[in-house]
Design a protein around this ligand. Sequence first.
Ligand SMILES: Cc1cc2nc3c(=O)[nH]c(=O)nc-3n(C[C@H](O)[C@H](O)[C@H](O)COP(=O)(O)OP(=O)(O)OC[C@H]3O[C@@H](n4cnc5c(N)ncnc54)[C@H](O)[C@@H]3O)c2cc1C
Length: 423
Amino acid sequence: MSYPDSYYAATAVGAVEHPRLLESIRADVCVIGGGFTGLSAALNLAEQGMDVVLLEAERVAFGASGRSGGLIGSGQRMGPVEMEEKFGLERSRQFWGLAEAAKAEIRERVAKHEIACDLCDGQLEGIHKKRHAGWPEQYARALAERYDYPHVRALDREETRNLVATDDFVAGIYDSQAMTVHPLNYALGLARAATDAGVRLYENSRVSGYSQSDPATISTTGGSVTASFIVLACNGYLDKLEPRVASKIMPINNFLIATEPLGAERAKKLIAGRFGIHDTRFVVNYFRLSDDNRLLFGGGENYRRGFPKDIASFVRPFMLALFPQLGNVRIDYAWGGTLSVTVNRLPHVGRLKPNLYFAQGFSGHGISTGSFAGKVIAEAITGTASRFDVFASLPIHTFPGGTLLRYPGMVLGMLYYSIKDRL
Ligand SMILES: Cc1cc2nc3c(=O)[nH]c(=O)nc-3n(C[C@H](O)[C@H](O)[C@H](O)COP(=O)(O)OP(=O)(O)OC[C@H]3O[C@@H](n4cnc5c(N)ncnc54)[C@H](O)[C@@H]3O)c2cc1C
């Protein structure tokens, strides 16, 4: 089983093949899913002395983790001002603090395990609606005054244009402490750290079900694991494995392209640095330069099983709408992945039984939130549940129509918001 063709797969460092599970074994904890959430849970548990098995259906980071845009934002997917309105300032500040801890964890992991994953500082949010042009000033002030976060700067149209060569943005917000990363290489580095810490990692070992007992028996197509705890970390790829949490998330597909290398000069004229950029559209465009000066551009999504036949032709118009000057540029890679969103875009982290934990629904913010959810689950299993409890207390709603009928409702909703975006 290999990785889907992508810029990340073509530039992967240290992709080791792990064995398939073909026997019955025992462990303290069995983690299901080898993306950021599962890898982080496994690594943190092993560092606390637990005997951990991780079962991945395909390859490490085969899912969203190895295919994402690589933008590591500050805060939660629901912005701090909206969180204040919903939960009050104190709680919103608490979640901001947890998101800062999640960013710090990534920096620490990259340094500690010497993971070569192009971790770079900086992220720019491009404002595309004229009536929102005053928002950056207000946002920067709110973060500095209420969140002790002085790292965000409001940019006017000209300053934004000097950083990103598009006429689409009327203003911008620059966050010098947000980051970008080569997500597959970060995940492969975490996997190496996990196996070094003693995690037994199996690939090509899809879990078909597990018992509701204590200890539980987790069955794969080739073997089984008996474990005191299960951590479910399948996110948008969960499918029918656990119906009790499936109705809280909607799997959606999102797509990226990588251009041919643009050369250092042309690349610099397009984007004046290695920071990430995203806009404020409902179906967000996000992009950045790669280490070899390609434009990595994400745009467009669909809400059904299966990807468009020609992903490059699907994404290219989104890129050209922002950068018409790239009309003659070749697209070298095009790929898609599946992530999961919740109704209110808050992460869904919890416990179905005393020995069955799960985390999912990071809603496009999972590099940091997913990794951190894995860490707080590991803390809860090893006896310190305070940060886990904060996440688990978030209100998460069932999608109208549950698992069966959530798609038609979602498609209508998405259509409504994307039309609103264009007005
Ligand atoms: C195109 C795209 C762009 C994105 N861009 C960004 C971004 O810029 N910034 C950001 O923060 N987030 C982004 N995201 C979201 C982010 O990638 C995810 O939130 C995050 O990777 C989720 O990690 P995870 O470990 O929970 O899930 P995944 O990485 O999806 O991992 C789940 C794993 O579980 C495995 N699995 C499923 N079922 C089974 C089973 N039965 N048995 C064993 N294993 C199983 C799957 O094979 C998969 O490897 C993007 C996502 C996509 C798809």
